[in-house]
Design a protein around this ligand. Sequence first.
Ligand SMILES: C[S@@+](CC[C@H](N)C(=O)[O-])C[C@H]1O[C@@H](n2cnc3c(N)ncnc32)[C@H](O)[C@@H]1O
Length: 193
Amino acid sequence: MKLKVWIKANLADKALSCLRAELVELIDSESSVLDIGCGTGDLLFKAAYKLSYGFGVDLDADMINFANRKCEDNQISNLAFESNDAKSLNLPQFNIATSTLCLHEMNEKEACTVLRIMAEKSEKVLVADYATPKSFLVKLGIEFDEIISGHYRAFRRYRNAGGISEYARKLGLKINRTIPSAIDGIVIWEIYS
Ligand SMILES: C[S@@+](CC[C@H](N)C(=O)[O-])C[C@H]1O[C@@H](n2cnc3c(N)ncnc32)[C@H](O)[C@@H]1O
């Protein structure tokens, strides 16, 4: 297993476990779910027991290979994963489209394109991404994480542009509610298409 996949699966995914639980709670039973920028597929694996079908897409082929191998090893038949750019897929309709900590890595035009696709391809969109943290230390931690992960310029533009709320407003999408995660600095936006 590649080091970046090991780190993602064993450290980052574990650190996000309470966010996963919050999102799984917002997913209705028997839903079909599209997860954009799915990484190792952790959210879909956690939600698999209540899904009719889950489809994860990510640019990173190593993450997708990990997710596909995990499906095979555990004989999970209601999930599928594809390595691709979310903007260039020919997608069917889903009940729910989700994206976790992905849109802030994109420039505004790309993020709005992806958010529009999510809204067009689903009845309900759940975006979990960065918002202003309460704690100054958390704020510093997020800035540091974005610097070392190489997305700082995109993250700064995301933050200065007003984040997901502003992208949704520009696209004319209705935010039904915003749900602060127990993880300071992360918010879930529930958007109806
Ligand atoms: C910070 S990671 C989050 C991964 C996962 N959602 C999670 O919560 O653990 C962001 C992911 O978005 C993916 N990504 C970025 N742009 C993408 C695009 N245009 N299409 C598909 N995936 C993309 C990256 O490859 C990366 O795996």
